[in-house]
Design a protein around this ligand. Structure first.
Ligand code: ZN
Ligand code: ZN
Ligand code: ZN
Ligand code: ZN
Ligand code: ZN
Length: 333
């Protein structure tokens, strides 16, 4: 945030010394002053000494400052010099930013009124505009998506399968084996996900599990069947889609191993896989998503994740997976 101060130039009086008997010396050059002089802060100056050396200069154009001017930590400026050369420029409209302004995670600074249009991208959080993102769209479920993110959204069966491959290979490296490759994955918009999960309207993914069995004549279970289904928010760029799919696949793993932990442990644990996707790519987008997770105030997705993350740092994946399988995830607390 910048500081605004207006200063009025010190009052300067041009005084004639002609009728004074007193010898007047210039406070700048120490020589005698005859005739008119400048008087400022109890000091007297030759006109030229004053104009060349005492009068404050603009820190931008180096010319003398007169009248009202701007002062900040770094210097003093003509109002126009300050406005046109010192003030930060809006990333959306390039006009100077005065007073309060907004900024996004990518360092774009912008007038707050630009937020009233499409606003920020729901995936990458950039302010959407021609200059910052090459435009974007508002999805009919209300989300805005920028054109940078739209370039590689997962929107076809083929892209879903490619994502599944990447995610299963990553989870395999971490030690999650035998995850089913045939779990149906389908795309849902925000409204559809909300209907499927009204208690948690902002989730980006959901895993359903159904269990059925067949009994024989005597009541013995002769066949058990578990089925899973994954739903993921549509219009997500690849990396975000991968991260959600990795999260959902850990739900599948928990179901498969019949592990029924609290929401905080469960979502925190599944979010470890989400974070792992970003940690593997570690570009700016990933760093921003990871810091969003670090700051998430949600008791499960945020706090639960941070507890699990510490636990994973402490035990490592192999031991953590063992703890979970042995119903000992409470060791993480
Ligand atoms: Zn002088
Ligand atoms: Zn200037
Ligand atoms: Zn602007
Ligand atoms: Zn975006
Ligand atoms: Zn979850």
């Amino acid at each position: 945030m910048m500081r605004y101060s207006y200063l009025t130039l010190f009052s300067i009086i041009l005084i004639s010394s002609l009728f004074s008997n007193e010898i007047i010396k210039c406070s700048y050059c120490s020589k005698k002053i005859e005739g008119e002089y400048y008087y400022l802060d109890n000091k007297k100056y030759h006109e030229n000494c004053y104009k060349d050396n005492i009068i404050p200069k603009c820190s931008f154009c180096r010319k003398s400052l007169t009248g009202r001017y701007m002062v900040n930590e770094d210097g003093q400026y003509h109002n126009d010099c300050y406005k046109n050369h010192i003030l930060p420029k809006c990333s959306v409209c390039t006009k100077p930013l005065e007073k309060e302004y907004n900024y996004d995670a990518w360092g774009n600074k912008y007038h707050s009124y630009h937020s009233y249009g499409k606003g920020n991208c729901s995936s990458c959080s950039r302010i959407i505009s021609e200059r910052t993102t090459g435009g974007g769209l508002t999805h009919f479920d209300g989300r805005s998506v920028c054109n940078i993110c739209l370039k590689d959204i997962v929107d076809t069966e083929y892209k879903i399968e490619k994502s599944r491959k990447r995610v299963l290979s990553l989870l395999g490296e971490l030690g999650f084996e035998n995850l089913p490759i045939d779990v149906p994955v389908s795309l849902k918009n925000r409204n559809e996900l909300r209907i499927l999960m009204p208690e948690n309207p902002m989730v980006s993914g959901l895993t359903n599990s159904s269990y059925s069995y067949t009994e024989d004549y005597y009541g013995n279970i002769i066949e058990e069947k578990s089925e899973y289904e994954i739903f993921i928010l549509d219009k997500l760029p690849e990396i975000d889609f991968d991260s959600i799919l990795a999260h959902e696949y850990l739900h599948v793993w928990l179901y498969m191993n019949k592990l029924d932990y609290s929401s905080q442990i469960t979502e925190g644990f599944c979010n470890l896989a989400k974070a792992q996707v970003y940690k593997k790519i570690l570009d700016e987008h990933s760093l921003i998503q990871l810091s969003k997770m670090d700051d998430d105030p949600d008791p499960n997705y945020g706090h639960g994740y941070r507890i699990m993350n510490q636990c994973m740092d402490y035990y490592g994946w192999e031991k953590l997976i063992k703890l979970f399988k042995n119903n000992q995830a409470h060791y993480c607390y």
